[in-house]
Design a protein around this ligand. Structure first.
Ligand code: FE2
Length: 287
């Protein structure tokens, strides 16, 4: 008998759901992602890099206020030393987030779809809520790496960890920067947390330095276009820079159980009037 998605997630810390979206649906999301690059704000561009000195990113007000917005985060190499854009806007973004699931009609439609609801039921979630969403570009040649991390470091919940939904909108390969996952690492504890600073709630700090993970612990998880990878909050994962000629776009969002579960007040991301943590089962695809 086949393992269920629930069993796979429990056993490996991730589960691969093939053909979650059809090709045309992926293309619709890619077009929506590209369309976002055509309306970039004039405000100073914000670099999103997981390898920059942590303080720089953490102090970033723009990031902290992106919970209820569609905010734009650039690739580090897209900007010159003065922060001026050096590339065509269409290939300059690292990601857009974190409230696409609430504010953007197309992303909302896919986030609160029957298929997502059905997966949540398979995962035995009682009151699942989407807390954040991101469109990741990973453009050819410039798409940056994502250093090893556990999602629970950023979205701390207990006792039930968050679950990431990561949907490949093109084939994700070793060459263009697919996910690499440390199978079984979800059985370890929370390795570190990013917390709102007790001195200044508008800033975040890490409680511990980043752990070093042996390269050998990671397995590449290449997937075809339309596949959804479910990611346990405690599983360590990363992705390499995209040095290929093929883009590796993804739509990703995080789901937390609200029933019998505590969402930490110290997380950077907080529920707000304009960013409610809506129950997936009872939320409509339409705004
Ligand atoms: Fe992650």
């Amino acid at each position: 008998m086949h393992d269920t998605i629930f069993d796979q997630l429990e056993r490996d810390g991730f589960a691969v759901v093939e053909e979650f979206l059809r090709d045309a649906e992926c293309e619709e999301l890619v077009a929506a992602g590209l369309e976002l690059t055509r309306h970039l704000p004039d405000a100073p561009p914000t670099v999103f890099s997981t390898t920059e000195p942590e303080q720089q990113q953490l102090k970033d007000k723009y990031f902290m206020e992106s919970n209820d917005k569609i905010s734009y985060f650039y690739e580090k190499d897209a900007l010159d030393a003065d922060g001026k854009l050096q590339l065509d806007p269409s290939i300059s973004l690292n990601k857009v987030g974190h409230a696409l699931h609430l504010l953007h009609p197309i992303f909302r439609c896919y986030t609160y779809s029957e298929r997502v609801k059905a997966l949540c039921r398979e995962l035995r979630l009682l009151e699942p809520a989407v807390v954040q969403s991101m469109y990741i570009y990973k453009n050819p040649g410039i798409g940056g790496e994502v250093v090893p991390h556990q999602d629970i470091s950023y979205l701390y919940t207990e006792p039930i960890p968050p679950i990431g939904f990561w949907i490949a909108l093109q084939d994700a390969t070793i060459q263009n920067g697919c996910l690499w996952i440390a199978r079984g690492s979800h059985k370890s504890a929370v390795h570190r947390r990013m917390l709102r600073s007790p001195e200044d709630r508008n800033k975040c700090i890490y409680d511990r330095p980043a752990p070093v993970y042996p390269e050998s612990s990671f397995t590449p998880v290449p997937v075809s276009k339309g596949t959804c990878i479910l990611i346990h909050g405690n599983v360590v994962h990363r992705s390499a820079p995209n040095r290929s000629a093929a883009s590796r776009p993804a739509y990703t969002f995080h789901v937390v159980e609200r029933k019998g579960n505590n969402y930490s007040e110290d997380n950077w991301l907080q529920e707000g009037e304009n960013a409610p943590f809506l129950n997936i089962y009872t939320t409509s695809q339409m705004q």
